[in-house]
Write a protein that binds this ligand. Structure first.
Ligand SMILES: NC(=O)c1ccc[n+]([C@@H]2O[C@H](COP(=O)([O-])OP(=O)(O)OC[C@H]3O[C@@H](n4cnc5c(N)ncnc54)[C@H](O)[C@@H]3O)[C@@H](O)[C@H]2O)c1
Length: 253
């Protein structure tokens, strides 16, 4: 099962999300803190179907991670890493290796499809922006205070999104430099092959008997699922290694 529904409003983690019993009593009481994205994941677990959340909507809460493990269901998410964030997780490791200090990273997007229209709503916009902002500090190992992400609905572009980045860097002897990136991309053309691969890889994981979070699928997501005691892996090269080792293990069986 793949969640490809519109981005939901931002949702804080609450007590109702912590245990399976609490979550199910929340369902019985129509608790508004249980979102449609969480209900999709709950149903997938109960049906014994692997589940992927391609959206930034919060779905993998502790109760549902326990349920996925209990039901033997592999899960992966969240928020497909297709354009701007893909490039961010390629460039940031290079800056870290060369010790070019990222002083600021200003990212903006214009898009005119229905997703862009939904993201014009401040509550949904917050969910997406937080997801897009989460990648940088973990890769660089320090906080980029001036990391800004903006998304604007601009109808004439339709699905042809423009993702524009300005990066301010500090190099040797404190010299300042800038890098400008302009990705004129097609949202759906970038997303569709990822969804097809995710379905096939989750099916393989399910047949292998893997359950719970599928860390090896981190490279598909902006905010990869992770357990509370670990940091997510954002660096695209490390993510690729995770997938390759997992695939080698699967082929050897
Ligand atoms: N490059 C990409 O396209 C990309 C990348 C990352 C994440 N995403 C995410 O994938 C999702 C889908 O993107 P899209 O461009 O196809 O959006 P879209 O607006 O074209 O399609 C979303 C569909 O979900 C339906 N929907 C809304 N609420 C629903 C619900 N509760 N249950 C079932 N359906 C519901 C809407 O009616 C609409 O048909 C969005 O959340 C988007 O942020 C897309």
């Amino acid at each position: 099962m793949v969640n490809l529904a519109s981005t939901e409003k931002f949702c804080e983690l609450a007590d109702v999300h912590r245990t399976i019993e609490g979550f199910e009593s929340g369902l019985d009481n129509n608790d508004a803190r249980i979102s449609p994205a969480m209900k999709f994941l709950y149903v997938a677990c109960k049906l014994g179907m692997s589940h992927c959340n391609f959206t930034p909507s919060r779905s993998m809460v502790p109760a549902l991670l326990q349920l996925a493990e209990q039901c033997g269901v592999p899960i992966a998410g969240e928020d497909g890493k297709t354009g701007q964030t893909l490039l961010k997780t390629v460039l940031a490791p290079a800056f870290a290796i060369r010790e070019l200090k990222v002083e600021g990273w200003f990212s903006t997007n214009i898009l005119g499809n229905n997703d862009g229209l939904v993201l014009n709503d401040p509550a949904s916009n917050k969910t997406k922006v937080l997801s897009k902002q989460s990648v940088l500090d973990d890769i660089l190992g320090y906080e980029v205070e001036d990391h800004q992400v903006h998304i604007h609905y601009y109808r004439p572009r339709g699905d042809a999104k423009e993702a524009w980045d300005n990066i301010d860097l500090i190099g040797f002897l404190g010299e300042r430099m800038q890098l400008k990136l302009d990705f004129l991309c097609k949202d759906s053309i970038l997303a569709a092959p990822l969804v097809l691969d995710l379905v096939r890889l989750l099916d393989l994981a399910h047949r292998r008997g893997d359950r719970g979070i599928q860390k090896q699928l981190s490279l598909f997501f902006k905010s990869p699922y992770h357990v509370a005691s670990e940091r997510p892996v954002h660096d695209l090269f490390k993510q690729h290694q995770l997938l390759q080792s997992w695939a080698a293990g699967a082929a050897a069986r």
